[in-house]
Every structure is written in structure tokens, then in C-alpha cells.
Design a protein around this ligand. Structure first.
Ligand SMILES: *[C@@H]1O[C@H](CO)[C@@H](O)[C@H](O)[C@H]1NC(C)=O
Ligand SMILES: *[C@@H]1O[C@H](CO)[C@@H](O)[C@H](O)[C@H]1NC(C)=O
Ligand SMILES: *[C@@H]1O[C@H](CO)[C@@H](O)[C@H](O)[C@H]1NC(C)=O
Ligand SMILES: *[C@@H]1O[C@H](CO)[C@@H](O)[C@H](O)[C@H]1NC(C)=O
Ligand SMILES: *[C@@H]1O[C@H](CO)[C@@H](O)[C@H](O)[C@H]1NC(C)=O
Ligand SMILES: *[C@@H]1O[C@H](CO)[C@@H](O)[C@H](O)[C@H]1NC(C)=O
Ligand SMILES: *[C@@H]1O[C@H](CO)[C@@H](O)[C@H](O)[C@H]1NC(C)=O
Ligand SMILES: *[C@@H]1O[C@H](CO)[C@@H](O)[C@H](O)[C@H]1NC(C)=O
Ligand SMILES: *[C@@H]1O[C@H](CO)[C@@H](O)[C@H](O)[C@H]1NC(C)=O
Ligand SMILES: *[C@@H]1O[C@H](CO)[C@@H](O)[C@H](O)[C@H]1NC(C)=O
Ligand SMILES: *[C@@H]1O[C@H](CO)[C@@H](O)[C@H](O)[C@H]1NC(C)=O
Ligand SMILES: *[C@@H]1O[C@H](CO)[C@@H](O)[C@H](O)[C@H]1NC(C)=O
Length: 467
């Protein structure tokens, strides 16, 4: 790891030969100073621990024995997708074609600003030491996954000390797969991991970590009537403000919206972003709630299909829990996308579905669904099954915080007694029907998630895709 830092320092200094930066260095001054902005970026920015931690210890409760650990994780910090980059570039072209000196919060563009997408080959991909645009970038997907692996070993290493060869599952999105590979690298030489690459194509049907892709009936516009109610004049205000400060500049409210994504992804690849300083704190709150709202009604409890989509993974998780005594493997680690994790959490019932979010105002007292708390880049949802004396319990930890199932949390460490948990799970999936609701049969004949059970005979190796 040290070696790659040295290499990228050398590479960077060669590229920049002739423009040796002297005096005030922006990276030194700014990296680390924008972390309070990250929770307001809708999960597009770097990983951070769940802020709504209730203070419950992550430690295995006293006198208990861990029986099984599952983890479903998101890929790490990354470059924007191809489609997001297209909108960001549209805004960048407007700015880069502006012929006057910039004024106000865009002044940073006067100081030979380098646009953060320097190579389109990086789009859709993890940020790494090698592809970061600043050698000091501390927020790479690469480092995040390696650190996660070390934290996993610190927390649960005893679960794998006698079982060092095991599978890890990843979707065949290249960034997801790369995240799993960095995680494996972070585990170290003592392990012999079999990385199973499970297709996220429609044709995979139910045998997938990405059930949303096998769901042709999914309609992202279904709740637009609700979402359209959200007041977005803050975006108009941002555009007007920048245009006023910079005579002749023609930014639109769409450009203003795009600047938030620019801010997030630039942090992922540069370590800081001057674009983030354009926004007032109020604007960040409004943007952030807009993201919560959209996600709630498109990928979460506000869209009735989601509970069925998430049941595909949740049912498999429950099945594994029930097999903890007979399965040789005690640890089940998987990597996929934020949408899949949100669907899964929705089915579990760990995102509040009693209070639908309103678009009429920002419900400061009633909103427990902050998208970026749940699915920042590098998000990780752990399921623990442990036995204490004669009883066994299940509980969840999201992004380093134990999050109890509110109505089933009387066990040690606010866990749920296992039979109560199975009853709870049965009630959660009652009435769901993934195959039917999603019209899966129109795209695939695969009706069951089997990869956790047949990986050793099937050897999943789906071709990696930049998506
Ligand atoms: C601005 O610059 C880009 C790239 O230099 C160019 O492709 C684009 O057409 C220009 N004009 C506008 C209005 O974006
Ligand atoms: C691993 O093996 C050692 C030596 O046999 C044993 O003491 C230890 O309890 C085992 N650990 C687990 C988690 O089974
Ligand atoms: C690693 O695991 C694979 C099976 O996944 C096995 O074929 C191979 O022999 C193992 N290698 C070592 C060094 O244990
Ligand atoms: C399901 O798919 C079939 C075949 O593509 C299509 O005719 C039908 O309208 C779809 N039904 C729904 C509810 O989407
Ligand atoms: C810069 O913006 C301020 C408003 O923030 C305005 O008063 C001033 O005239 C602008 N300067 C130029 C050169 O446009
Ligand atoms: C901004 O938009 C106005 C009205 O559409 C147009 O007249 C003007 O040329 C545009 N300015 C720039 C710099 O694109
Ligand atoms: C919340 O929204 C969902 C999906 O639209 C709906 O099924 C449910 O009844 C609503 N819940 C409440 C409490 O209004
Ligand atoms: C999940 O399990 C429930 C019953 O336990 C069943 O009705 C449902 O069809 C299952 N869904 C999937 C996708 O496996
Ligand atoms: C555990 O179960 C055994 C056998 O059923 C019983 O004798 C013992 O009292 C139980 N221990 C506790 C702490 O409940
Ligand atoms: C499902 O299987 C049938 C019969 O084997 C086949 O005709 C059909 O094309 C398959 N459908 C899909 C979506 O793979
Ligand atoms: C393959 O692994 C699964 C668990 O992942 C286990 O249930 C099954 O027995 C194994 N099959 C073989 C042939 O080893
Ligand atoms: C996956 O493995 C199978 C069997 O070894 C092989 O035939 C196939 O070409 C491999 N596919 C990819 C994409 O590597």
C-alpha cells in the first residue's frame, strides 16, 4: 500500500512537471474539512458511520457465542456513472466556456482548476490510489474496502480463524467486484477466498444480489405526483445567485442540482471539492431531504413493490440463519448496489414504514430515513446470530451502529429472540410475491436464489460489466 502511494506521488509529479505548486496547497488546506457536508449528499459521498447510533455496543453481549455473521455491502467510493458524468459535463462546459473572470463562490475556477473527470475510462469505477486526481485523496473506494476488511477481522476474526477458505459473493458490476477484491486484499495472505461473481443481468431472475434488475414491472415514475410537490425553488435560487455574481453565465436549476453530485463525486476522487462550498447549509438540508424523499418513494417503503423485491435477498438471509448449525460456513459476505440494500432494508422493516415522508415540508421531527445514513458509498449491513446460555438471538448493525428491530429487541444488546425473529420475518414477507409483482417470468425462468448454496458446484464467474 505504501508502495502505491509512492508510485502515484511520482506519477503525479511527472505529469505536473513545470507547474510545481508552491505556497498554499488546496489539498493540504481542505482535505478533512468537508466531512460535515458528506451526510447531506444523498449517499453519493464517502463512507461514514451511521449518525443515529443509539449507543448500543457492537460487542458480542457478555457470555454469548456468535453463531453466524452475514454482511451485505455496497461498493465503495467511486467516479460518477456514465449518465451522471454526462450531466456534470454539461454544467462544466458552460463554466469552462465562460470567458470572464469568475466571481463569488465560483472564484476557485479562476485558479487553473482541473476538472475532476480526467479520463472517461474511470467512469462507473471505484476511486483508487492510482486514479485519484489528488495524491492525498483519503476517500478512495480501494482504501475503504481494505479498511472494512481489517475492521471485519477486528470484529469477527474469531469466526474465520479456523476457516480461512470461504466464498465472497459480488454482483458482476465491475466496481462491486473490485470492492470485493479490495476487501479480499485487505483480509491478507492468510485467506484463500473464492470470489463468486453473480450476474446482475435480468436473465439471472431470482438468482441474483440485484433483484431490482430482474424486475421489469418496476416503474421509477410511479410516485412522481408525490415527488413533484417538493419545493425546489432552492435550486432556482442557487442558479440565480451564481448567474448574478457572474454576468452572462446561464446556469439553470438543473445545473444547480447537478452541482451537488459534482461536489460528492469530486470528494470521492480528489479528497475535497470547492464546488461544495457553493451551497449554504440550508440548501444542503433541502437537497438532502429531496434525496431522502425520492429514494423513499422510488426504492424504499413508499413504493409498494419494494417489499417484494427485497424479499428475494431477505428470504435467503433468513434461510441461512436457520441453517447456522448445519452449514460449515459461519460467515456470508456479499457486495452489491445501494438500491439492493435499500430494498433489503425495506423488507426487513428497519426503515420506518409507519410514517410516509411528506413532500409538503421537511419533516424535521418525523424523518428517520436519511438516505445517506443507510447507503453512503461503502455501506455495510451486518446480521448477527448469537447464542447466550440456552437462547439464541438475531440483530442488525448498519454502518457500524446496532439498529434494533424496534418491536423485537428485548434480547441482549437489543437483539430479537430467534423464534420471535422468524415469526417477525414471516410477517414481513407475508403477502409479498417477488416473481409475480415484478413480472420476472417475462425476462427469466430462474425462480430461486441459489448461489449461496450451489456456488461450490456452479462457480459463478459472470463477465464483469462497467455498470
Ligand atoms: C463548451 O466547451 C465544450 C468543450 O470544450 C464544447 O464541447 C461545448 O460545445 C462548448 N459550448 C457549450 C455551450 O457548452
Ligand atoms: C479454532 O481452533 C482452535 C484450536 O483447535 C480452537 O481452540 C478454537 O476454539 C477454534 N475457534 C473456533 C471459533 O472454533
Ligand atoms: C483455495 O481454495 C480453492 C477452492 O476454492 C482450492 O482449490 C485451493 O486448493 C485452495 N488453495 C489453497 C492454497 O489452499
Ligand atoms: C409482464 O410481461 C409481459 C411480457 O413482456 C407483458 O405482456 C405484461 O404486460 C407484463 N405485465 C406487467 C404487469 O408488467
Ligand atoms: C461579484 O458579485 C457581487 C455580488 O455577490 C457583485 O456585487 C459584483 O458586482 C460582482 N462582480 C463582478 C465583477 O461581476
Ligand atoms: C444566456 O441566455 C440568454 C437567453 O437565453 C442568451 O441570450 C445568452 O446569449 C446566453 N448567454 C450565454 C453566455 O450563453
Ligand atoms: C405509505 O405508502 C405506501 C406506498 O404508497 C402505502 O402502501 C401505505 O399505505 C402508506 N402508509 C401510510 C401509513 O400512509
Ligand atoms: C419469501 O418467503 C415467503 C414465505 O416465507 C414466500 O411467501 C415468498 O414467496 C418468498 N419470496 C421469495 C422471493 O423467495
Ligand atoms: C438450559 O437448558 C437446560 C436443559 O433444558 C436447563 O437444565 C437449564 O436450566 C437451562 N439454563 C438456563 C440458564 O435457562
Ligand atoms: C423460459 O423457458 C421456456 C421453455 O424452456 C423458453 O421458451 C423461454 O424462452 C424462457 N424464457 C426466458 C425469459 O428465458
Ligand atoms: C456447497 O456449499 C454449500 C453451502 O455454501 C453446502 O450447503 C453444500 O453442501 C456444498 N456442496 C458441496 C458439494 O460441497
Ligand atoms: C465461467 O466458467 C465456465 C466453466 O468453467 C466457463 O465455461 C466460462 O467460459 C466462464 N465464463 C467466464 C465469463 O469466465
Amino acid at each position: 500500500m505504501f508502495k502505491s502511494i509512492v508510485c502515484s506521488v511520482l506519477a503525479a509529479s511527472l505529469v505536473n512537471a513545470g507547474t510545481i505548486p508552491l505556497g498554499k496547497l488546496a489539498d493540504v488546506a481542505k482535505i478533512g474539512t468537508q466531512e460535515e457536508i458528506i451526510p447531506f449528499l444523498g449517499g453519493a459521498g464517502p463512507y461514514y458511520s451511521f449518525p443515529g447510533d443509539y449507543g448500543i455496543s457492537r460487542d458480542l453481549p457478555e457470555g454469548c457465542e456468535m453463531k453466524q455473521v452475514q454482511m451485505v455491502g455496497r461498493h465503495g467510493e467511486r467516479y460518477p456513472t456514465v449518465s451522471k458524468a454526462k450531466t456534470i459535463k454539461k454544467t462544466w462546459y458552460k463554466l469552462s466556456n465562460y470567458t470572464r473572470q469568475f466571481n463569488g463562490s465560483l472564484t476557485f475556477l479562476n485558479d487553473d482548476y482541473e476538472f475532476f473527470i480526467t479520463d472517461d475510462n474511470n467512469l462507473e469505477m471505484e476511486s483508487t490510489f492510482a486514479n485519484s486526481v489528488d495524491v492525498l485523496n483519503p476517500y478512495t473506494g480501494e482504501m475503504d474496502a481494505k479498511r472494512h476488511a481489517r475492521e471485519f477481522l477486528q470484529q469477527y476474526g474469531y469466526m474465520v480463524e479456523n476457516k480461512t477458505d470461504f466464498p465472497i459473493f459480488a454482483s458482476n458490476s465491475k466496481r462491486v467486484h473490485d470492492t470485493a477484491q479490495y476487501f479480499i486484499d485487505g483480509l491478507g495472505d492468510g485467506f484463500n477466498i473464492s470470489l463468486q461473481t453473480v450476474s446482475e443481468a435480468m436473465s439471472a431472475g431470482a438468482n441474483t444480489l440485484s433483484a431490482c434488475n430482474s424486475c421489469p414491472a418496476w416503474d421509477y415514475d410511479v410516485n412522481d405526483d408525490i415527488l413533484d410537490e417538493y419545493d425546489t425553488t432552492y435550486l432556482d435560487d442557487i442558479a440565480k445567485r451564481l448567474n448574478k455574481e457572474n454576468k452572462g453565465l446561464n446556469l439553470t436549476s438543473d445545473d444547480a442540482d447537478t452541482l451537488f453530485a459534482w461536489c460528492a463525486y469530486e470528494i470521492n476522487v480528489r479528497g475535497y471539492s470547492d464546488v461544495c462550498d457553493i451551497f449554504s447549509k440550508d440548501e444542503l438540508v433541502r437537497y438532502s431531504y429531496g434525496q431522502d424523499l425520492e429514494t423513499f418513494y422510488q426504492e424504499g417503503p413508499g413504493y409498494d413493490i419494494i417489499k417484494s423485491v427485497g424479499s428475494n435477498l431477505f428470504n435467503a438471509s433468513v434461510k441461512l440463519l436457520k441453517q447456522s448449525e448445519t452449514q460449515d460456513l459461519k460467515v456470508w459476505l456479499s457486495f452489491t448496489h445501494d438500491t439492493d440494500i435499500l430494498n433489503y432494508l425495506t423488507t426487513i422493516g428497519i426503515i420506518d414504514d409507519k410514517n410516509n415522508l411528506t413532500a409538503e415540508y421537511v419533516p424535521f421531527m418525523g424523518n428517520t430515513f436519511h438516505k445517506s445514513w443507510y447507503v453512503p458509498q461503502g455501506a455495510r449491513v451486518y446480521t448477527e446470530k448469537f447464542q447466550c446460555s440456552n437462547d439464541t438471538y438475531v440483530r442488525y448493525a448498519i454502518n457500524d451502529a446496532v439498529i434494533p428491530i424496534e418491536t423485537c429487541s428485548t434480547g441482549p444488546g437489543f437483539s430479537c429472540e430467534v423464534n420471535d425473529f422468524y415469526d417477525y420475518a414471516e410477517k414481513r414477507v407475508a403477502g409479498t410475491d417477488f416473481l409475480k409483482v415484478c413480472n420476472v417470468s417475462s425476462v427469466s425462468n430462474v425462480t430461486e436464489l441459489t448461489f449461496f448454496w450451489d456456488w461450490n458446484t456452479t462457480h459463478y464467474n459472470a463477465t464483469l460489466l462497467k455498470q
